[in-house]
Unconditional design. Sequence first.
Length: 331
Amino acid sequence: MAVLTKESTTESCFLPSDRSIGIKVSLIVPVTERCEDLFEIFRVHRDILDRRGVTSECIFVLDEGFERDADAVRVLAQNDDSVRVIQLSRAFGEATALGVGFEQAKGDIVVSMPSYFQTTPEGLDVLLDALEGDCDVAIARRWPRNDSWINRLQNSGFHYVVRRFTGVTFHDLGCGLKGMKKKVAQEIPLYGDLHRFLPLLAYQRGFRVQEVDVPQHQADRLPRLYKPGVYLRRLLDILTIVFLFKFTKKPLRFFGLIGSGLFAAGFGVSLYLALEKLLGMGALAGRPLLVLSVLLMVLGVQMASIGLLGEIIIFTHARKMKDYTIEKFLK
């Protein structure tokens, strides 16, 4: 087994180039927000794969602005054909970086991990053990959580909202250590910030998803507070997932429900004003409520119309849309 050290940068210290033949595991490391010692992250996880006797590759995908941090992995890539470095032309974000890595992965199993230590390296062992079973996606849960109470509070609140809206229980969607079989990486589209919800998207598609407990790394215990805009974006991401999760092929149910509520409210106000007029309790002229009621009914009809248009679009493209996964053909 070859042992990598930061000082050893000659070709003899690296594994031979024939590692790229028959790759079993592809490690994808998106470098988009922050990064620590990329060389050390690569070394400790490669050692684990070597102990398992698994042929592997490692793909670093770098956003703009991380060129200087990639010096160590560039040395790795020059001396080890199983290491690749992809530089994006600008800062596209983690979802795009993961998507690029998934496209380039050659392994039967694809593992994504953050460019900093969130979990102990042994978590990779736990993840691969789960994938050797009957699950298609294995996601790490940092447990026990030993970081600050503010981090745990934010994590609990986020997952409570996700669970209430989707009905699916996960405990640590924010953990970057995720493993999946190659077919999952090829079928799940990623954009925006939806990489955090990849387990939910895989579950919706019919893949078997398993959450495994992995010890939290000591370096992942600092309190994390974000700007208000970040929390707002997370809420909007949850609403996006709810729509994709429940109404992708049933847009009329979503828009029709909202439209029905608006129309019912407007109709109720109009009926109240009409009864007042008939009973001589007041005039309709100059009543702002009358304008509001008409506006609500018009908005209700418009929302329902959007839902109907969505249904027509879905019907037209139904043959091209796939929201299921075939496990195997029995005969």
